[in-house]
Unconditional design. Structure first.
Length: 238
């Protein structure tokens, strides 16, 4: 486990972009799993800048996403499909045949197919993730099995509460499709981005242990090549 402290969220995002860009430059046909959310927005902006100004080439990169809300149309700006096309995919030269996005109409069969697509790509070389306030990684909520695979999940009440800013008083999706903790742990390298004081308890549980299903991100403690980039508010300095 390697911890890289950064002074603020912007610096977290820039360091993440540096690592992703270096990986792409070293392995042009790399398989990368990418997150959504607020924390990686700056990472995507920097990757787009590097594409346009430093010729960072996405044409052979195989891109996977971590999760998606169920029942949200692709065109809805709150869908992760829309997020990825707006933040990254529509702004770089990623090849359509190399883009693997979860569907908001996913089924058990399509979840199995997603796992097959990961295997066909040779596995995930670099997986970038954030962490939820309740310790979820992707949408693996507390209680998720540590050997879980891509599947449909019910969202925790704490996650639904955190979605209030995004959905307001509208009905919030209560299910999602997500890659599993077992899938995450098979990535050859994991990069965890952590910003904000609400993530402190989950991150502290990961760093200091033990591994507990009530704090799903703590499963990363078992990974042999984990890098954590965190801002001070997320770090337990006591």
């Amino acid at each position: 486990m390697r911890l890289i402290p950064k002074p603020d969220g912007k610096a977290v995002a820039l360091e993440a972009a540096r690592i992703v860009a270096e990986t792409i430059s070293t392995i042009p046909d790399v398989s990368i799993a990418l997150p959504t959310g607020r924390t990686p927005v700056g990472m995507y902006d920097e990757l787009v800048r590097l594409h346009h100004q430093a010729r960072l080439d996405f044409s052979r990169v195989r891109i996977f996403t971590l999760d998606e809300y169920m029942g949200i149309p692709q065109a809805d700006p709150r869908s992760f499909y829309s997020y990825m096309w707006t933040r990254l995919l529509g702004r770089v030269n990623a090849a359509p045949e190399n883009i693997h996005l979860h569907s908001s109409t996913a089924t058990d069969a399509s979840c199995c197919q997603y796992e097959a697509e990961i295997r066909a790509a040779g596995g995930i070389e670099l997986l970038v993730a954030g962490v939820g306030r309740n310790g979820h990684i992707a949408f693996n909520e507390p209680g998720s099995p540590l050997d879980s695979r891509t599947r449909l999940v019910d969202l925790a009440e704490s996650t639904l509460e955190g979605m209030r800013d995004e959905f307001g008083d509208e009905a919030r999706p209560r299910q999602a499709v997500t890659i599993g903790i077992g899938t995450i742990l098979e990535a050859r390298r994991v990069l965890l981005l952590v910003a904000g004081e609400p993530k402190k308890a989950a991150l502290s549980g990961l760093i200091h242990g033990p591994i507990q299903s009530c704090n799903p991100v703590s499963a990363l403690r078992a990974h042999s090549n984990l890098t954590i980039i965190a801002e001070p508010d997320a770090l337990d300095t006591a």
